[in-house]
Design a protein around this ligand. Structure first.
Ligand code: NAP
Length: 182
């Protein structure tokens, strides 16, 4: 098995997640790429392994499912991997008035943007603390700094991510583990 540090990137099938994966690969990280679209993850795996000589693995997973984070954790344990950097990037928004919004889409948004992020952090940070080394990067937004009429749930999820990340960063001060909100 490779001696490189390894990063887990959620929402790696496109957008910012794929770009973050490219940056990490260029810095020599092996990668576990998580999102729903397996063909896109496989294409990125081939691209990054070819371009940077790192090892990338794809794990297709729908993070809107309850306890999906446990499946990711089991995958990591099952493949004998150690995660040095956790990038909680997967997320999405929706617009419209809340009282007419599709309930299941709002619920899934909280599940992906908040619950999965929180659960992945709960699962992957303890081994980092034990090793006294690691980092978590959580995708927030400028939406965290104000209320967002017509995108109320999205803005609230990003405020959660910022508040949660800042609190954890303080709790983990001196442990060798950093938490950053982007
Ligand atoms: N782009 C911006 O300007 C901006 C600004 C501020 C914050 N952000 C935040 O940055 C993050 C990435 O944004 P982006 O613009 O790159 O979004 P994007 O292009 O829509 O990509 C979102 C990623 O999340 C994944 N994802 C969505 N739902 C998922 C689910 N149920 N399970 C697993 N993965 C899921 C998608 O993969 P699949 O569809 O394959 O599952 C995709 O890889 C988000 O958290 C977003 O809120 C973005």
């Amino acid at each position: 098995m490779s001696e490189n540090l390894r990063a887990l990137v959620t929402g790696a099938s496109g957008g910012l997640g794929a770009e973050i994966a490219r940056v990490l690969a260029s810095e020599g990280f092996d990668l576990l790429l998580v999102a729903r679209s397996e063909p896109k993850l496989q294409a990125l795996k081939v691209e990054l392994e070819t371009a940077h000589g790192i090892e990338a693995q794809a794990f297709p997973c729908d993070l809107s499912r309850e306890d999906a984070a446990l499946d990711v954790y089991d995958c990591v344990l099952g493949r004998g991997m150690c995660i040095d950097a956790l990038v909680n990037n997967a997320g999405f928004g929706d617009s419209g008035v809340f009282h007419e919004a599709d309930w299941f889409r709002q619920r899934d948004m909280v599940q992906v943007n908040v619950i999965a992020l929180m659960q992945l952090t709960r699962l992957f940070v303890p081994p980092m603390v034990k090793r006294r080394c690691g980092m978590a990067l959580n995708l927030s937004s400028v939406a965290a700094f104000s209320a967002g009429p017509y995108m109320s749930v999205y803005y609230a999820t990003k405020a959660y991510v910022l508040s949660f990340s800042e609190a954890l960063a303080e709790e983990l001060r001196g442990t060798g583990v950093t938490v950053t909100a982007l």
